[in-house]
Design a protein around this ligand. Sequence first.
Ligand SMILES: NC(=O)c1ccc[n+]([C@@H]2O[C@H](COP(=O)([O-])OP(=O)(O)OC[C@H]3O[C@@H](n4cnc5c(N)ncnc54)[C@H](OP(=O)(O)O)[C@@H]3O)[C@@H](O)[C@H]2O)c1
Length: 281
Amino acid sequence: MLMFVLIGATGTVGRQVMDLLLRRGAEIAAVTRDPAARLPDGVRPVVGDPSRPDTLTDWPRRTGGVLLSPRAAGRATGELLALGAARGAERAVVLSSATVRHPAGHRRFVEEFKAVEEAVRLSGTPWTFLRCADFDANALAWAPQIRAGGVVRGAHPGATTSPLHERDIAEVAVRALTEDGLAGRAPVLTGPDPLDQRDKVRLIGAAVGRTLRFEDVSPARVRQTMLAQGLPEDVPDRLLGSLADHAVEAGPATRTVEQLLGHPARSFATWAVENAAAFAG
Ligand SMILES: NC(=O)c1ccc[n+]([C@@H]2O[C@H](COP(=O)([O-])OP(=O)(O)OC[C@H]3O[C@@H](n4cnc5c(N)ncnc54)[C@H](OP(=O)(O)O)[C@@H]3O)[C@@H](O)[C@H]2O)c1
């Protein structure tokens, strides 16, 4: 039987894709670096590091489609798809970024996504690039501050994007993995509502039944705090670069999710209610 190989299976989107494919009775191979990763029953682990494809010795013999996280695959993208092609892979679906089409933030991060897309194009496997806006789930980074008190400290309060629910991304990804209609397409996926950072904090407050406040602090202080928490420099660079640009010009807002799925894109308010437990004190 053909198997779907998920590179980035244990991530925010990968877990949702696993769930949707399992409901369809599909066979799934989940690539993970963690031999103890908790995977749903019936999912076959492929333990190894996707950035070193030679470590993926359990790659299934017959591959249907490949879901690819650029963060996990990076420079190994071409090699990973060659592995898939040798085992019959019919489709590759990439969780790319809206910044490829609507540049924002530091150039080098946009270039990373472009390089992965280019490697997939060159692979010869029919592809779909899902160019995603920022995920609703990025707001989980605020959870410790919200649990500890009623204030979220951050930079660029007016930075505006239309954040995207992981379930919607996964639904589109499963369409692209299982049907031909999205081959050769690169839709820009966004959520339904342009929101700035204060809006998001307010909506999380409504979901948890508390009044929360966004406090504007300088980008330099945000950066310092993140580095003091032990985060690598790339994390504040990635975040602050795009927030600065989206404070000047809002990120894209499309209706592609609704057009592709036939139901409205899920709102950030919905996501906040579903994830309220993560923010509760
Ligand atoms: N967050 C956003 O706003 C946003 C917006 C647009 C696009 N994207 C892209 O969407 C893709 C999917 O994101 P996601 O949040 O679902 O999951 P992700 O960050 O891609 O992580 C998925 C899994 O990849 C594995 N992994 C392997 N090598 C890794 C590495 N060097 N760094 C981090 N993880 C690694 C980890 O699993 P194991 O530990 O089990 O190996 C991780 O759980 C990413 O490529 C991201 O760049 C994100």
